[in-house]
Every structure is written in structure tokens, then in C-alpha cells.
Design a protein around this ligand. Structure first.
Ligand code: NDP
Length: 246
């Protein structure tokens, strides 16, 4: 029995990285958790097994966030299997790095399909299942607020879009008693930001703490905000980046 006991949560994009940390953290704190993935069935299976080995409950559902009907279907299936939903975490996101002068429109559209349209589709679909007091979180990025590095133009723009999306959704869903919050991590060790990646030294040096976050640091923050005692936090972007933006 933990602080999220009895809660039912879905993490969109939960098979790896920050998403997998969210699934584990939520389950550890007592929630039953469904999560989606698109290309990593083995990682998804391993994660379900890891949660179950600790006595938790997790369900893996394959759904590409760029495919609205697949995503809506996964959310409906999660609500059916868990008996409702209390929390949606929209974590799925992709980074196609590249300077604007060489960036293809296919890549631009794919980035917006997953990072923005998918977030909108999931929020709309989940709102139909969330009870009053339900919570929607989006995992944005601190790149929404600072261009930081050439090559992040499109990625950062998708994250700026979700920061604005969350503010609007908070108003739209307020009559239904649902809050909507954007979490903006800074650099976090995952497949998207591997420790042997090209920008790691630059990123570490830019960071006041001279380090890159562990995914569980982000997951712990979201799990804390998902607790029943975390109230009156709505329509806002909260940055967790070790002072990177300071
Ligand atoms: P990873 O690339 O390590 O993991 C991405 C996760 O999202 C995987 O579970 C992946 O599933 C899933 N996913 C990707 N595309 C889709 C899709 N089309 N449909 C469904 N699921 C999908 O990324 P991170 O953990 O690093 O990033 C998670 C979120 O945090 C993203 O939104 C990212 O933008 C954001 N973020 C990350 C930072 C970092 O430094 N790592 C910093 C700031 C924000 P599958 O395994 O099936 O591919």
C-alpha cells in the first residue's frame, strides 16, 4: 500500500526511458498501470515482468501515438481492463535531430504527429474515462523555453506547442474536474540522451549540478504530483532540470 494505492494510471510511451521509470514508480507507489509502446515488445514484456515481480500490476498495449484510432483504442482498453482511469501521463515523444535547412517535411510531420497531435488525442480520449479529480500530465521539455542547441528547432517547437496545449486543456477540462500539467525535464539518461551521445559533455557542462538526470528523478516528481494530496496545481509547466535553465 503506497501513496497511489487504488489509483489507475496509463502511461503513453512506457516501454523505455522516462516512461518505463514512470510505470515502475507508479506501480511501486501502489497504482495499477497500463502503458503503450510502439516498437519494443520485448522491452514492454520485460517491464511487465519486472513490475509483477515486485507485486505490482502492469498491462502493455501496442499503439502508435501517431495513429489516433490505435491510441484511442488502447486508452479505452486500459480503462476497461483497470476498471477506470485516474491518471494519464503522456510521455511518448520522439526526437528527430537536424538543422532546419536540411530537415524534411516528413520528419517535421512525424514529430508533430507523435509529440503534439498524439498528446491531444490521448488527452481527449482519456478525459472520457477520468473521474473527477483525474489528472493529466504531459512530458514536455525545457527545450520549449530555450533553443539551446542548433538542431533542436523542430523538437523544441513541438514541446512549446504542448506547453500551450496544456494551458488550454486545463481550462477546457476544468468543468469536468480534471487537471492538466506539463512537466519539462532537462537532460535525462535514456536512449534519447545516451551517456555516450554527441552532446553529453556540452550538456553536463551547461548544467549547474554537472550531471544528467536519472529517469526515476522525473518519475518521482510526477508520482508526487499524482498523489491525492497534490491539489490546486493546474494549467502550468513545471520544469525539473537541475537548474539547467537558471
Ligand atoms: P526514449 O526514446 O528513451 O523512450 C521513448 C518512449 O516513448 C518509448 O517507450 C517509446 O516506445 C515511446 N514512443 C516513442 N514513439 C512512440 C509512438 N509513436 N507511439 C507510442 N509510443 C512511442 O525517450 P525518453 O524516455 O528520453 O523521453 C520520454 C519523453 O521525455 C519524451 O516526450 C521526450 O521528448 C521527453 N524528454 C526527454 C528528455 C531526455 O533528456 N531524455 C529531456 C526532456 C524531455 P518504444 O519503446 O515502443 O519505441
Amino acid at each position: 500500500i503506497g501513496p497511489l494505492a487504488g489509483k489507475k494510471a496509463i502511461v503513453i510511451g512506457g516501454s523505455r526511458g522516462i516512461g518505463a521509470a514512470l510505470v515502475k514508480r507508479f506501480a511501486r507507489e501502489g497504482a495499477a498501470v497500463a502503458f503503450t509502446y510502439v516498437s519494443s515488445p520485448d522491452r514492454a514484456r520485460e517491464l511487465v515482468a519486472a513490475v509483477e515481480s515486485e507485486g505490482g500490476r502492469a498491462i502493455a498495449l501496442q499503439a502508435d501515438s501517431a495513429d489516433a484510432s490505435a491510441l484511442e483504442g488502447a486508452i479505452a482498453e486500459a480503462a476497461r481492463a483497470l476498471g477506470g482511469l485516474d491518471v494519464l501521463v503522456n510521455n511518448a515523444g520522439i526526437l528527430i535531430f537536424g538543422n532546419a535547412d536540411e530537415y524534411s517535411l516528413e520528419d517535421f510531420d512525424r514529430m508533430f504527429a507523435v509529440n503534439v497531435r498524439g498528446v491531444f488525442v490521448a488527452a481527449k480520449a482519456a478525459a472520457n474515462h477520468l473521474s473527477r479529480g483525474g489528472k493529466i500530465f504531459v512530458i514536455g521539455s525545457n527545450t520549449a523555453e530555450r533553443a539551446m542547441l542548433a538542431g533542436l528547432t523542430v523538437y523544441g517547437t513541438t514541446k512549446a506547442a504542448v506547453a500551450r496545449l496544456v494551458r488550454g486543456l486545463a481550462l477546457d477540462f476544468a468543468p469536468r474536474g480534471i487537471s492538466v500539467v506539463n512537466i519539462q525535464p532537462g537532460p535525462t539518461t535514456t536512449d534519447m540522451m545516451p551517456l555516450d551521445g554527441p552532446h553529453v559533455d556540452w550538456v553536463r557542462n551547461q548544467s549547474p549540478e554537472k550531471r544528467i538526470a536519472d529517469p526515476d528523478e522525473i518519475a518521482r516528481f510526477v508520482a508526487y504530483l499524482a498523489r491525492p494530496e497534490s491539489t490546486y496545481i493546474n494549467g502550468v509547466s513545471l520544469t525539473i532540470d537541475g537548474g539547467f535553465m537558471a
